[in-house]
Design a protein around this ligand. Sequence first.
Ligand code: NAD
Length: 489
Amino acid sequence: MEALWIGGEWRAARDGGLREIHCPADGSLVATVSEAGPDDTADAIAAAREAFDAGPWPATVEAERAALLGRVAELIERDAADYARAESLDTGKRLVESEYDMADIANCLRYYAGIGGTEAGRVVETGRADAISRIVHEPVGVCALITPWNYPLLQTAWKVAPCLLAGNTFVLKPSELTPSTAILLMKTLAEAGLPSGVANLVLGAGPVAGPPLSEDPRVDLVSFTGGVASGSAIASVAARTVKRVALELGGKNPNVVFADADFETAVDFALTAVFLHSGQVCSAGARLVVEESLHDQFVAELVERARAIRLGGPFDEAAQAGPLISAAHRDKVEAYVKQALADGAVLRCGGERPADPGLVDGFYYRPTILDRCTSAMACVHEESFGPVLTVETFTTEDEAVSIANDTDYGLAGGVFTGNAGRAQRVAGRMRHGTVWINDFHPYVPQAEWGGMKRSGNGRELGLQGLDEYRETKHIWHNIDPKPQYWFPR
Ligand code: NAD
């Protein structure tokens, strides 16, 4: 049993406990891991601090750091089958989705490998002959990287790649529910030649293993992806020691469909938007905002197709969606549906656990559509993070925008229309960090990812993602120093 990777060594926790990891699809035992207590996490921070202050990594030229990321991408591709299997066993997600994620992860690493070593800062005009002035980038220091369970390794790669490229050291704390691919990643980083102490891993529940990551003054940056409650608590503690904090939080993402949209396309994307990974996607289009004149036809088609979605475990090749991550999470989703129905929503399909005896040991929930919803309902403005689509209607473009923006979140959204001008007008007015037109969910590493409002303050991916992990420094050099005699001699 391996669990904590600290200073280049595997070790069991000193003050933590053990956790059994069970596959959410059938409850089978996947692994038993040793979880960190606060003292273990402090040890990991000390190792990362030592590696930053005295180790070779921060001073390694960027092109070499980039080359290492390229090697990591190759190794992950070599071991993709093991990685994908481990990810699916922890999350219950279909193997094909995990395989897709591994390809995305290699792509992300290659993106950062590709931009590394291409920029040497810039020289700025001083207006003087006796001085030169440079703007350079430097690593921030020790980074705490905290990740959720829905895309365990993808979310990790989005942080680890820019963090390492910029020359930082880190302590990674994945979700306590999905540790397996983080363990594999530590082995891959070591095989790729990352110096000891640069990457450190602690496992465990947030309130037990996590607090030193935001409290400890030796940590310079916290990059957190997860829920709003955890993120805002972490940010407020981290503020005491003025750490940099990047938050990638939840979303309640509207999918606005106008009557002039291509019907087949819009229905198809509306389904993927919400039911991909059983709705456990931060950018899930869980809030359908459809033009009233299209409503009946659109919802009827959605319901028919949602009813046909086949649920199953990671290795069931006929399955189209998997289980929820845990019993507690399914209870939460069920409570949202129950409350919405009590508040007047109309259940069009789902709203129950599947009766199939082959699925009773997993945390499955049928794809659910709640019609005639309003933004006052908790299920509409809060993140249920399950396979639950709420339906609202509009009659004018202004009303569509107003409904789409009627949320505390601002992560992502979609607009479907055949009118190019309207598409741009509506996308421009939607207060969400990413807006897809006639599409839902695609992202590319080159484009930054991040939310507005309570969806967070950080940007991941792209150059801005890299800048989260770099200090920008101005170096002024007087190249002809002479006494100035501000004060008379
Ligand atoms: P969560 O907030 O419960 O946990 C996220 C991580 O934070 C876990 O590793 C957890 O152990 C850790 N944590 C919690 N409290 C901590 C503390 N005090 N100190 C240190 N670590 C602590 O979220 P979750 O249930 O794992 O993930 C689901 C959430 O993540 C959803 O809200 C989803 O929208 C969000 N998410 C956002 C994005 C994005 O890009 N914006 C991507 C994926 C998931």
